[in-house]
Write a protein that binds this ligand. Sequence first.
Ligand code: FES
Length: 105
Amino acid sequence: MSHICLVTDIQDGQAKAYPYKDRDLIVVRRGLNVYGYVNRCPHAGTDLNWQDDQFMTDDEQYLMCFTHGALFEPETGKCVAGPCAGAHLSEVSLEVENGKVYLAG
Ligand code: FES
């Protein structure tokens, strides 16, 4: 398993990017749970963020694509508003063991 980070490296409710293949991996933290997605918007294929690690809406309820404003559920990657509503971010399975985040498999 490939080690990514510690759960506590990410502020609760926030997300961070880590190198992953040819795109970044977004790791979102919700309490002790983490969710991983490829940093590629299903609408036009851009990165979601426009500044380092700026992925969340101000209320921390959604990941947001800053290109055209699509909103994504942190727990599922589903787009719930914006030009690609109903589409999904590409999920990357993660595992947590002793507070450390790994790529699954
Ligand atoms: S590229 Fe993300 S909403 Fe258009």
